[in-house]
Design a binder for this molecule. Sequence first.
Ligand SMILES: *[C@@H]1O[C@H](CO)[C@@H](O)[C@H](O)[C@H]1NC(C)=O
Length: 445
Amino acid sequence: MPSTEILRSWFSEQNSRTQSSVFLRLPEAKMWIRDSIALLAIAVPLTAALDNGLALKPPMGWISWERFRCEIDCDQYPNDCISENLYKRIADELVDGGYRDVGYVHVNIDDCWALKERDSNGRMVADPKRFPSGMKGLAKYMHDRGLKLGIYSDAGSKTCAGYPGSRDYEDIDAQTYADWDIDMLKYDGCFIANEADIPNLYMKMTQALNKTGKQIVYSCEWPLYQKNTEPDWGKIAASCNLWRNYDDIADTFESVKRTIDVFVKNQDLYVKHQKPGAFFDPDMLILGDYGLSKDEARVQMAIWAIWGAPLFMSNDLAKIDEDSKKLLLNRGVIGINQDPEGIMGKMIKQARDVRIFAKPILPKSGSSYSFGLALINLSDGGNPQRVNQTASEYGLTDPRGYRITDEFDNLELGIVKPGDFLAIDVNPSGARLLKAVLMFSTPKE
Ligand SMILES: *[C@@H]1O[C@H](CO)[C@@H](O)[C@H](O)[C@H]1NC(C)=O
């Protein structure tokens, strides 16, 4: 984890730079913003993505880890233990609650599903007490409902919770998952003794999955574990469909903010490597759990949308509150997240405590994009802060203008030209998410 000292000094630099830019003469401010936006628009991918035809948009679904961890005591916790009962009841909630129909189709198992010993053929075995239908039966349950099943293993000798890892068993394990009709693999990185082995261990599984001939989305934790040397991002993007590069998310707003800080700090590097088929993964959505207020939940949703991040909830959909549910099902938010170009949005400026993020999205005309815009107020008190600046200062510089909508509250904010002022209030620890759609023909005055 980067030291808070480094982050603090980085942000105070950002602060002084961006705070003063609010008071700059307009031409100068415009130039600064145009530079950031230009950087967004010309983020031409440096390498090809993993060539398996999958995850062309950020994958969406549900995974057990943050909410259900490694609870294997099904006598005490029959509803919540890691078992087929849990994944089946979540699958039913995804269908009945409308989540599947807006795109949450992956149901992913995390650690603690296997027996501690492999069978006599060296194959992993799902714990028969907790998974009586077997993984193939569970996969069928998902497929019958238009869902997909994901599984979890580890590039080292053991998983983080001490179950069998896939090191030296890559081909057997990949084939086992293919035989079970598994659709996605999350590949952790505990128990790799030597950091120098990490790239090869992850690429071995890329090959092993490919050899099965079955299309399996491949989710890596390679850069998260390669802490002491700079990861080869091009290789990662060519080997994995998505990858974790920062600590596990926890059920707190602090954890969400730490993740945002790390991504903002590295955004110029990251935007170059994200593309359809290859996504940075800032980890699970914790909406519907215990840690986020209604406004804080909007912050996580807004930023995950702007990044074009994979959207994997980890919550109990049977107990979710209405506000979280509405946010998770918001088609406007999901539309920004799922934009087909897969461009990772960036923070473009900060005005007092409000950070402004922009993501180029379709429709576009030539090199002029529409945008998702997120405004995040990281002040933890006071009244809502107002950002009042011209559209061009939000990066909306095309003279044809933009139609602005508020995605959380489903409001039409009207059509703006670059010189028009746009005043946006943002709650403390809250967010606004706007969509600015480029006007293709000049509207009549
Ligand atoms: C395996 O890799 C080849 C070459 O990159 C690719 O064309 C093929 O689609 C891949 N197959 C699967 C199942 O991922």
